[in-house]
Ligand binder design. Structure first.
Ligand SMILES: [Zn+2]
Length: 286
């Protein structure tokens, strides 16, 4: 059994066959956590999860790219993001559904910023939305699912993220005295930056990038995350793992990520499957 802890079967790429894709995953022993990126895709994660008695869960939140409007044009994505201000109460209402296990994906993305002279106001919007979602996760005692993508050659984004995490964690909260549970998804930064998240109790989820990264960085990152903190994900429909590059990604392909992570860790696929499943259950309380 495997758990795809970060999928987007709620996205448009699956508009014609979302239910079949999830059914196929469940039949091959793969459970799925679908993640929202704005209010409508968040609502869809909850609706999808409720179509299944078990094995499909939801995370609701606002992606940093959707805190401002811009055109995104990359290998697997072409879309115009819609500006949305994080509405605490609307997301809280959604997050009260029993199928919701986390808040996100939220965080910071300084990689794709609109070409403006001063990007500081945009970064500030991202930071504000992230802080608000962190507070919601704490209030409801849900897992915070963090997206982080630094600008090329500049890791200041991690300092901003860690600064907010530390500030908020040091605030005594009557609503949630227990420490924040959080996951860093699709981390691609330096080992030094990753260590700072691990020191703060982060779980780290790996995806198809591990199967096609040629820099050696992912290998180093996988090796440094302890076996009791590793999670698997697809981030589908994006980041399709080898051997299916070029095809639409889907939760069933998380098996290829499991294979690669097992190889890099020097353990059997069975062990990686067992440990990552146990970790996901513990973290998300599935
Ligand atoms: Zn994602």
């Amino acid at each position: 059994m495997l758990i795809d802890t970060h999928a987007h079967v709620n996205f448009r790429a699956f508009k014609d066959d979302a239910k079949e894709v999830l059914q196929r995953a469940l039949e091959s022993g793969i459970q799925v956590i679908n993640v929202g990126s704005q209010i409508d895709t968040s609502r869809q994660t909850v609706e999808l999860a409720n179509q299944f008695a078990s094995g499909v869960y939801a995370v609701v939140g606002l992606h940093p790219e959707h805190t401002h409007s811009q055109f995104v044009d990359e290998e697997e994505t072409h879309f115009k993001t819609r500006e949305e201000v994080f509405d605490y109460d609307a997301y809280k209402k959604l997050a009260l559904d029993p199928k919701v296990v986390g808040i996100g994906e939220c965080g910071l993305d300084y990689y794709r910023l609109p070409e403006v002279q001063d990007s500081e106001p945009i970064k500030q919007k991202q930071r504000d939305a992230f802080r608000a979602q962190l507070r919601l996760a704490k209030e409801l005692d849900k897992v915070l699912v963090i997206h982080s993508r630094p600008a090329k050659g500049d890791e200041s984004l991690y300092d901003d993220l860690l600064g907010i995490l530390d500030e908020e964690n040091n605030q005594p909260s009557a609503l949630s005295p227990q420490p924040l549970r959080f996951e860093i998804h699709s981390f691609t930064g330096s080992p030094q930056a990753l260590q700072k998240f691990l020191d703060r109790g982060a779980y780290v989820s790996f995806n198809g990038i591990t199967t096609f990264d040629k820099t050696g960085n992912m290998e180093q990152l996988v090796k440094m995350v302890p076996l009791d903190r590793i999670l698997l994900e697809t981030d589908c429909p994006y980041l399709t793992p080898v051997p299916n590059r070029g095809k639409r990604n889907e939760p069933a392909y998380v098996q290829y990520v499991a294979g690669k992570v097992a190889e890099l860790k020097g353990v059997s696929v069975e062990e990686i499957a067992a440990r990552t499943t146990e970790n996901a259950r513990r973290l998300f309380r599935l």
